[in-house]
Design a protein. Structure first.
Length: 93
């Protein structure tokens, strides 16, 4: 099952922020500076949550992960030069 998630982060350490950015770039689309939109499995989501817990300083940092239903994704409105996430259908041979 595929889950759509939005991941927002605010990390004070440049090194940790860059590490998380590189990690998430392999999984989703970087639609704004500290925002990623991802299509993930339950297992991938658990892996993301574990990685986030390792990287953050609970006193200064925050990471928000929102599950978004497919109906909500279709209703996204875009203004300006942002990227609208659209699910792609593909097959790996």
């Amino acid at each position: 099952m595929v889950i759509n998630v939005l991941i927002f982060y605010d990390i004070s350490s440049n090194e940790k922020r860059a590490k998380l950015h590189r990690f998430l770039k392999e999984i989703g689309i970087n639609t704004q500076k500290s925002v990623f939109e991802c299509e993930v499995s339950n297992e991938q989501l658990e892996m993301i949550i574990k990685k986030c817990k390792v990287l953050i300083d609970r006193d200064t940092d925050s990471i928000l992960i929102y599950k978004i239903c497919s109906r909500c994704i279709r209703n996204v409105q875009l203004s300006g030069k942002g990227i609208k996430f659209e699910r792609t259908e593909y097959m790996i041979l």
